[in-house]
Write a protein that binds this ligand. Structure first.
Ligand SMILES: Cc1cc2nc3c(=O)[nH]c(=O)nc-3n(C[C@H](O)[C@H](O)[C@H](O)COP(=O)(O)OP(=O)(O)OC[C@H]3O[C@@H](n4cnc5c(N)ncnc54)[C@H](O)[C@@H]3O)c2cc1C
Length: 389
């Protein structure tokens, strides 16, 4: 086994009980998959309280992937995610994202994205109209369109595939709810405690509890600013076809994209409260979406709501970026949380990163240290301007 970094000071895995991962959504499944792929001898246990994943974000996502971020690391993580989707044989409908916005900011973003290999092009209003004649360019300075490597995919299929691969490589999936951690006087986790009174001894524990990561972290006395924020997704029908429709991000904050013969759309609710029940907010369509959508696409005047669902964004209220790494007070308690609306696409890279930290004591594929806890402790938010509410 390669040398470990002194700061990690983890015991050799051969002598430890195992790696216990709380949560078997896409993030937990990905950590388990990469651990087993990188070192098949490592005993890995996934602890999941609901195998139906009925409320898991991984089952309720819009499952889209983009290269259009402002932070180079977010671009890289999504590029890794795209390659992983291809490797797993999960098809991506590469219809692109179209960000509509002001000239200055989109030009700056375009420079960064192109410098990091994103296949994006800027379109002026005339070019947007020529390509998408069904779209109104009122108030739009520029559009930024992904030409390849962006689109949407079957998220539950990806999740099922990664979980299946992890298990076929030997990861164990057990039913149970983690209610805390047993730690030694140095802060190291010795076991994950379950609600039935049992304990899973481990050399490492991973918090992959998605929107419920904050209460789990709190059981270890760790403040994690990840909040469960409900998002309603509307499934809509429109009598008119919109040829070549990408995933459109309106400057006012809503988004829509095709989904089979329908469209799906969503927006950031105001107020945006914690832990609301996972019932769709049906009123949101009339109150916050319909008129804005019809303003942007006149054919959307005739939109009809077919159905709606709701899922939790795991919003990191500190800076809307993921938290990936161990907390300074607990060197073998690993976090992969707070993906703030882009966790399906980032789970492959995050899973690999956590697996590398556990097995090798350092990041080897992508240096994700900028996502670590240190920035929270030092109050240095990581700037990402392209967050989709
Ligand atoms: C409406 C919506 C749209 C989205 N759109 C996109 C998108 O287009 N692209 C994108 O990349 N991402 C998107 N996301 C975000 C993405 O879905 C999430 O970031 C990702 O699914 C998070 O995965 P996870 O495994 O961390 O969490 P989850 O999938 O929620 O899994 C966490 C699991 O942990 C389990 N658990 C929690 N606590 C415990 C405990 N104490 N003990 C045992 N088990 C526990 C839960 O039961 C759950 O199964 C969207 C999310 C939503 C809600």
């Amino acid at each position: 086994m390669p040398a470990r970094r002194a700061s990690c000071m983890t015991p050799p895995l051969q002598n430890s009980a195992d790696v216990a991962i709380v949560g078997a959504g896409i993030v937990g499944a990905s950590v388990a998959y990469w651990l087993k792929r990188l070192d098949p001898s490592v005993p890995v246990t996934l602890i999941e309280r609901d195998r139906t994943f009925a409320q898991a974000s991984s089952a309720l996502s819009a499952s889209s992937i983009r290269q259009q971020f402002s932070h180079p690391l977010n671009i890289r993580m999504s590029q890794f995610g795209l390659a992983f989707l291809r490797e797993m044989g999960v098809a991506v409908e590469e219809k692109g994202y179209l960000y509509l916005g002001a000239v200055g900011p989109l030009r700056v973003l375009n420079d960064t994205q192109r410098a990091h290999g994103a296949d994006v092009v800027l379109l002026n209003p005339e070019e947007i109209s020529a390509r998408f004649p069904w779209l109104s360019v009122a108030g739009v300075g520029l559009g930024s369109l992904g030409l390849s490597g962006e689109g949407w995919f079957d998220g539950p299929a990806l999740h099922a595939r990664v979980l299946k691969e992890a298990r076929s490589l030997g990861a164990r999936l057990i039913d149970g709810e983690a209610v805390g951690f047993e730690r030694d006087t140095g802060g190291r986790v010795r076991a994950v405690l379950l609600d039935d009174g049992s304990r899973i001894e481990c050399g490492h524990a991973v918090n992959a509890a998605g929107p419920w990561a904050r209460p789990l972290a709190a059981t270890a006395g760790i403040v994690l600013p990840v909040h469960a924020r409900r998002r309603t997704v509307f499934v809509l029908s429109c009598p008119e076809k919109l040829p070549g429709c990408p995933l459109v991000i309106d400057p006012s904050g809503f988004w829509f994209r095709p989904e089979g013969r329908f469209f799906i759309a969503g927006t950031t609710p105001t107020p945006d409260e914690d832990d609301l029940p996972l019932e769709p907010n049906h009123a949101e369509f009339d109150e916050a979406l319909w008129s804005r959508m019809a303003h942007r696409v006149p054919a959307f005047c005739a939109l009809r709501v077919e159905r709606a669902w709701a899922g939790y964004y795991e919003m990191n209220l500190f800076d809307a970026n993921a938290v990936i790494g161990a907390h300074p007070s607990a060197p073998n308690l690993w976090f992969a949380n707070g993906f703030s609306g882009h966790g399906m696409q980032q789970a492959p890279a995050a899973g690999r990163g956590i697996a590398e930290l556990i097995l090798r004591g350092r990041f080897e594929t992508l240096d994700l240290s900028a996502f670590g806890f240190r920035r929270l402790v030092e109050n240095r938010p990581m700037a990402e301007s392209m967050i989709i509410g």
